[in-house]
Design a protein around this ligand. Sequence first.
Ligand code: TRP
Length: 349
Amino acid sequence: MSDTFRAAQARSDAITAKMAEDPASLRMLTGDRPTGNLHLGHYFGSIRNRVALQSSGAEIWQLIADYQVITDREVAGDIAGSVRSLLVDNIAAGLDPERATIFTHSSVPALNQLMLPFLSLVSVAELQRNPTVKDEAKTAGITSIGGLLLTYPVHQAADILFCKANVVPVGRDQLPHIEQTRVVARRFNERYGAVFPEPDALLSEAPLILGTDGTKMSKSKGNVIELRMTADETAKKIKGAKTDSERVITWDPDGRPEVANLLLLISLCEGTSPEQVAEEIGDGGGGLLKKRLTEAVNTELEPLRARRTELLGDPGALDDVLRRGNERANGVADATLDEVRSAMGMTYL
Ligand code: TRP
């Protein structure tokens, strides 16, 4: 485990403590890219933490990162459909549109304009080292990284800093981006005076959920359990999940990663430990493991499914949520850009 990770984990733990002691001091921003539907990886990696932050009383900013879609592909696909799906899933999962600002970053020009001063604060070598960017290029099967993908971590810094968020609930894969954001904030403040906070990641307990085949979750591999699946679709997906040939279920994350992943999912849904779940299932084998997982996931997602159905019944109200969110985001982004310009001495009239 690297020192950077350990330090990030310690800061994440401090945020958890603050949620109880001083939630009003927390402003959360996080984002999803609208390239498909949200799945269990998002749910356990970030969404549960968003909702927990909201319940603690923190201020909530939820970004639908539509510009990110064109970082690693030429064709954006049905971007409006994906934006809608993220909007619905986030609200269904518990974000309260009365308290949370949900917005799309292409609708907030001043946010994007922060890219200019921010880009001046980073080096090309630094950008080329970012492991998450490299991974994303690899997953997308691109051999030559485009300018927007290379600089995307800086765009993400703008996402986070435009509203001066100080906590970002993300999975572990996003840590390099949060580190980059901290560096941008620090360098800006050093050069022009204190404007931005250095945000901390709020890491989930289970940042690394695998797909049903035991490899990284990815829509293209068909190994994903989406939040919008029905109970039957979910059951079918779990039935097809990969296990191994050993009959007795044990908790052995290194030796039996596929089984461990399913145990972890059960434990996350039920709030128990994976060791205990393994012991309880024991020689019930893969069949019982999958049965228990299906019940656990379907119980966990049942309220989401009910809310989703309700939300889809009132499309006008959904439009309103996004309209209000974009308005609010624009107000704050304009104010921050003014502050940035004046810190930089770029106010003339
Ligand atoms: N890059 C994130 C992802 O791929 C999504 C994202 C965009 C984000 N902007 C953000 C996450 C700001 C946290 C904060 O999942």
